[in-house]
Design a protein around this ligand. Structure first.
Ligand code: F6R
Length: 250
């Protein structure tokens, strides 16, 4: 696992975008896994800049998103569909037929989850998966206690996650209770993991992920077992790492 510590959010985002762009140059038809939330916003902004100013070409790229709230239609401003189109897809030349985001309104959620897993397999797996991390150690919506071998499925949101995500909703009561999420096992199958974290509120989660014991109570800790995982975080998020000046790349 490579831990890269950058000064701040902007530098973290630029470094992450550089890594994604390098993969697209090397493999124009690569498969990218995307996350939502506040953390990757700077990375997406930089990818948009690279597309507009440097011609970074997404036309052959396939994408899969980690998760989506159950019960929110794609046009709902708080849905992850809406987030992805607003914050990335509508600004780049991705082919919409190559975009995959879990369907929060699926009639048969179990069927949908099986289809999603199959689809990822059909395209040869995810080359690079972008991840954020919850303060409670979740990745995607794999909340504490999630099976480390889990696949795409419906999950109940943790109370802490609901409170944290309430900032995007007018009324905290509107935060959905369930989400469709790639499983921990699905995420671990990606060829490269790119986990991003910014801010002091993520420092405990980063410390546990990098230095703590592997436990389902902190699903992100499984990243230690991945062959090619890169964590890019800023100094605040890295502030509780005990060996940051000797063992990690800054
Ligand atoms: C979102 C996702 C979540 C977030 C995490 C951090 O698709 O998978 O796991 O990455 O909740 O959210 P932010 O970046 O808003 O702190």
């Amino acid at each position: 696992m490579l831990v890269v510590i950058k000064k701040n959010f902007e530098e973290m985002s630029a470094e992450a975008a550089k890594l994604i762009a390098k993969l697209i140059h090397h493999k124009p038809d690569c498969v990218l896994g995307f996350a939502t939330g506040s953390t990757p916003l700077g990375t997406y902004k930089e990818l948009i800049r690279m597309h507009k100013e440097e011609g970074l070409d997404f036309s052959k790229v396939t994408t899969f998103n980690l998760d989506e709230y159950v019960g929110l239609p794609p046009r709902h401003p708080q849905s992850y569909h809406y987030y992805m189109w607003e914050n990335l897809f509508k600004h780049i030349n991705v082919d919409k037929r190559h975009v995959h985001i879990p369907h929060g309104m699926a009639d048969d959620v179990e069927d949908f989850c099986d289809w999603y897993e199959q689809k990822i397999e059909e395209v040869g797996g995810i080359d690079l998966q972008v991840l954020g991390i919850g303060a409670n150690g979740h990745i995607a919506f794999n909340e504490p206690g999630s099976s480390l071998g889990s696949r795409t499925r419906i999950k109940t949101l943790d109370e802490l996650t609901k409170r944290y995500n309430a900032r995007f909703f007018e009324n905290p009561e509107e935060v959905p209770k369930y989400a469709i999420t790639m499983g921990v096992g699905t995420i671990m199958d990606a060829k490269h993991l790119l986990l991003l974290a910014s801010g002091y509120e993520k420092s405990d989660a980063i410390q546990a992920t990098v230095e703590g014991p592997i436990t389902a109570l902190y699903p992100a800790t499984i990243v230690q077992m991945h062959r090619t995982a890169t964590i890019i975080c800023d100094e605040q998020a890295a502030s509780k790492l005990s060996r940051k000046y000797s063992g990690y790349l800054s």
